[in-house]
Design a protein around this ligand. Sequence first.
Ligand SMILES: [Zn+2]
Length: 255
Amino acid sequence: MLSLQALPAFTDNYIWALSDENGKAILVDPGQAGPVLKAVAEGLAPIAILLTHHHNDHIGGVGELLDHFEIPVYAPVDERIPRATHRVGEGDRVRIDALGIEFEVLPVPGHTLSHVAYHGGGYLFCGDTLFSLGCGRLFEGTPGQMLASLDRLAALPGETLVCCGHEYTQSNARFAAAAEPENRLRDIRLAEVAAMRAHGRPSVPSSMASERDCNPFLRVDQPAIKSALRSRGLVGDDRDQSFAALRSWKDAFAA
Ligand SMILES: [Zn+2]
């Protein structure tokens, strides 16, 4: 039986720790060492690190952790990620024997070009590609690449736990309500999120089924979202263009 913890880092990052009953843990995206070392003092024993992409708030703690623990570091092929011991890409599987779990590596370009996600044991570690009720900004990829990446993630089983890199759910919700004013399931999810946040608990992981029901970036084919985009000047029915318009609307909305 594994247990999942979201260790808060910086202002709104989560470092995921998936551990067994003895505390042996896989760490995902340790942008800082401090929160991990604090958990270590309480019994966590890191045995592997998985990295999704090169941004410092996801990899910045790796060097210091490797001073304390001699453990494998899995990462995509990208020289901007210096301390990896195993490079992974399409078709690769990461097996962590001590926890009896295996992840498939899913390349998900968009936020960055070399971004990967790890899917296994009912968990999806997706970094800054898919957030609850949102998706990552397009720093390097095209809208078409990001949409294809999100389509791939959205096709995973509904019960998959979406373990994303940031606590952005409530701010994403404001945009979701503009993009799709009427969505009863989203409103129910938001009420739950408000209660969790009020108690200081993370709003994630969510389930993939919930994201398919509530996240506007997985719903570009929905008539209500298409109509919102048309009212903002989008012409035609091209999915990539719809997604591009939705993403740039959100960029301006957040600013
Ligand atoms: Zn990032």
